[in-house]
Design a protein around this ligand. Structure first.
Ligand SMILES: Cc1ncc(COP(=O)(O)O)c(C=O)c1O
Length: 480
């Protein structure tokens, strides 16, 4: 009798194809600088290259891998290129890629401690290690009332913090009765847009989000916050949540946490601190100043998937009082009941975030921390900040360009002195060249170029070359 076709990839084939994929990845990283950093495809081009119909018959793995090169790579923007200076980085590293691979292989669902104890316990341990690594307040450690959890993104962390704050402010009644439209949330005009999304999702409403004015360094003004809270109370509203940022998206501004924290304590407001980008800087003791005042916060998050060499997605979210978060999000249907949960001796992370299911994300972070060690992480973070500071010095010394604001860490905001139009053309032309990728923002109503240093393999010569290209391209535009 002929053997029945299984359609599966046999283990022998898996081994062979797996080696081919690892080779592909190593070659990709080796050649990454030969690709245009920003994908140059036109809208619809990638899709048009794909068959209209799905394959009825399975295909050879070689053919699939070949299409990665031919069909997919042209439509990829190379975030792992050392010439990527756009947005904020979403960096990765060898250990994180391999950790991710193992996580996919294990394919566990860590919703409950019981569904894979190692998934929960490794996560708890790694998040406690990070309290040491970043010098975070002790209250975020899992041994006390607080603790940390890995979320997919900082947006989710903000939403979870806001939901817990909403419940704490309404004695856990909003969960059952809905919002009454009185709760008010505060953030600076420079806060990430995820806070606006969070207030919409949480049912608080975007009209109840107050965007507070900033100072000349784009940091939230505590006096303006106090004034707004007062106005809202006088209007019979219920202030409940302040979202402060260390390292804003536009300019890396640092909101003054000690003053904001004091106001939150006096007013009884939940303080959430968003360190999505810049939190990682605190691996270096010399940059820990960014977290001064964090001991006054109720919750905090930062993204290893931005700057800690851990591929997307991985956000570390900490709360000072885990009971508030769990009480807000906990659901226990019959089919999830188990003895370990009932014993109260374990953490069930399903109660710490929005989805039920959860991946084994701590593996990749654990791999990164163990492989680099704190020493290796510090080495690279300091190097990135030094590279950005050198770049800023060149800008300051140049006749045609100027800094818009002094760079606190690894993001440099600058402008050509010729006005918005030349700056806009400069960014477009540089990005079209494929040699580097930069993005922009608006600061003080002016088009501003952002130069963000944080890609894993960016070295001094990449930054030097970028500056050279920026100057040359500006020269061409000036003479056009
Ligand atoms: C300060 C800040 N907060 C939040 C976010 C949102 O990050 P995520 O994609 O993890 O939701 C960003 C993204 O760049 C950011 O810069």
């Amino acid at each position: 009798m002929p053997e029945e076709k299984t359609f599966h990839m046999s283990l022998e084939e898996f081994r062979k194809n797996g080696y081919a994929v690892i080779d592909w990845i190593a070659d990709y990283y080796n050649n990454i600088e030969s690709f245009p950093v920003l994908s140059q495809v036109k809208p619809g081009q990638v899709r048009a290259s794909l068959p209209d119909e799905p394959p009825v018959k399975g295909e050879a793995f070689d053919a699939i891998l070949k299409d990665i090169n031919e069909l997919i790579l042209p439509g990829v923007t190379h975030w792992q290129s050392p010439n990527f200076f756009a947005f904020f980085p979403a960096n990765a590293s060898g250990p994180s890629i391999l950790g991710e691979l193992l996580s996919s292989a294990l394919g566990v669902q860590g919703m409950l401690w019981m569904t894979s104890p190692a998934c929960t316990e490794l996560e708890t341990q790694v998040l406690d290690w990070l309290v040491d690594i970043l010098g975070l307040p002790e209250k975020f450690r899992s041994g006390g009332a607080g603790g940390g959890v890995i979320q997919d993104t900082a947006s989710s962390a903000t939403l979870c913090a806001l939901l817990a704050a909403r419940e704490r402010a309404t004695d856990y009644k909003t969960n059952s009765c809905g919002c009454d439209g009185r709760l008010i949330v505060y953030a600076s005009t420079q806060a990430h847009s995820s806070i606006e999304k969070a207030v919409k999702i949480a049912g608080i409403g975007s009209e109840n989000l107050r965007l507070i004015d900033v100072d000349d360094k784009f940091a939230l003004r505590p006096d303006a916050l106090v004034e707004q809270i007062k106005k809202d109370r006088q209007a019979g509203l219920a202030p409940c949540f302040v979202h402060a940022t260390v390292g804003t998206t536009s300019s890396n501004a640092m909101d003054p946490l000690p003053e904001i924290g004091r106001i939150c304590k006096e007013e009884g407001l939940w303080l959430h601190v968003d360190g999505a980008m810049s939190g990682t800087a605190a691996v270096c003791p010399e940059y820990r100043f960014i977290h001064n005042g964090l001991e006054l916060a109720d919750s905090y998050c930062f993204n290893p998937h931005k700057w800690m060499f851990t591929n997307f997605d991985c956000d570390c979210f900490y709360v000072a009082d885990r009971a508030a978060l769990i009480k807000t999000l906990s659901i226990l249907p019959e089919y999830l009941r188990n003895k370990a949960t009932e014993s109260g001796a374990v953490i069930d992370y399903r109660d710490w975030h929005i989805p039920l299911g959860r991946r084994f994300r701590s593996l990749k972070l654990w791999f990164v921390i163990r492989y680099y060690g704190v020493e290796g992480l510090r080495f690279h973070i300091k190097r990135h900040v030094d590279l950005a500071r050198n770049f800023a010095k060149w800008i300051e010394e140049s006749e045609n360009f100027g800094l818009v604001v002094p760079p606190p860490l690894n993001l440099v905001c600058f402008r050509h002195k010729g006005g918005d139009s030349i700056n806009r053309q400069l960014v477009e032309k540089l990005n079209r060249s494929g040699k580097l990728y930069l993005t922009h923002t608006t600061l003080n109503g002016q088009y501003t170029i952002r130069f963000s240093v944080g890609q894993t393999h960016t070295e001094e010569h990449h930054v030097r070359q970028a500056w050279q290209r920026i100057q040359e391209t500006a020269g061409e535009l000036e003479n056009a």
